[in-house]
Design a protein around this ligand. Structure first.
Ligand code: ADP
Ligand code: MG
Length: 233
């Protein structure tokens, strides 16, 4: 059984979509298109009859409503119809030890129950680590968080900021990829004073997939993957 991503051109790169109920990391540098990817996954999911929960740790829901109106996605309407739930943890949920992840999981669980969600997006997990003094503590909490997410019965996307070091992309804390059963990387690379967008299914347990880096674009319809076109021609 597959969860169709709804990203034009992407599902055929992995035989119809992401294997159901997996936790997938969507990594990429800033501006690569992670937030758009996450919201498109939920908006298309609603068209397929699968409600979704969006956990917005970086932006306020009001900002999201405005940003996504260019794609003609009426998020307020979807929320009103109980097809979409946007969660925005309050500053008081951030204690001395960072965000209370078990409270966040409880809130996600109630939202899933309320609307019968089949899809969850966390935007982003990189921000969860900012308040930890100790990276190893954050790593163990993130692994625990990942295990709890696996148990939710939803296909879950964890959006994650990637850093570039000598042209090798690594996740911010070096463990995010181990929490996930699949990794899709979004590229936004400079060449000859211009940036190019690309996408790669880097890891996907339970299915074979394309091993190429494909060209992609962001248009007024959202993200479009050109499955026949390599990133650099
Ligand atoms: N309507 C649009 N048409 C084309 N490109 C767009 C449109 N809206 C946003 N973008 C591009 O998407 C980028 C933002 O993508 P986003 O998903 O927020 O990135 P990330 O979350 O990875 O930082 C913008 O910087 C812009 O380049
Ligand atoms: Mg973003």
């Amino acid at each position: 059984m597959r969860t169709k991503t709804g990203i034009l051109g992407l599902d055929e790169l992995m035989h119809g979509g992401i294997p159901k109920n997996k936790v997938i990391l969507i990594s990429g540098q800033t501006g690569a298109g992670k937030t758009i990817f996450g919201m498109q996954f939920l908006v298309k999911g609603i068209e397929y009859g699968e409600p979704g929960v969006y956990v917005s740790l970086e932006e306020y829901p009001s900002e999201l409503y405005g940003d996504f109106s260019v794609f003609k996605w009426n998020l307020g309407d979807m929320e009103g119809k109980n097809k979409l739930r946007i969660l925005r943890p309050k500053p008081s949920d951030f204690g001395k030890k960072g965000l209370d992840l078990s409270k966040l999981i409880d809130d996600i669980c109630s939202a899933i129950d309320d609307i019968g969600a089949k899809r969850v997006v966390i935007d982003s997990i990189s921000i969860l680590g900012l308040e930890y003094e100790n990276v190893s503590k954050f790593r163990s909490h993130l692994l625990e968080f990942g295990n709890l997410l696996h148990g939710l019965g939803c296909t879950t996307l964890l959006l994650s900021e990637a850093q570039e070091e000598r042209h090798i992309f690594i996740s911010k804390y070096g463990v995010e990829e181990f929490v996930a059963q699949g990794v899709i990387h979004l590229y936004y690379l400079e060449r000859n004073f211009q940036r190019y967008r690309g996408i790669e299914v880097r890891k996907m347990r339970g299915t074979s997939h394309s091993n190429k880096i494909h060209s992609m674009d962001i248009t007024e319809k959202g993200i479009q993957v050109y499955s026949e076109v390599p990133m650099f021609e």
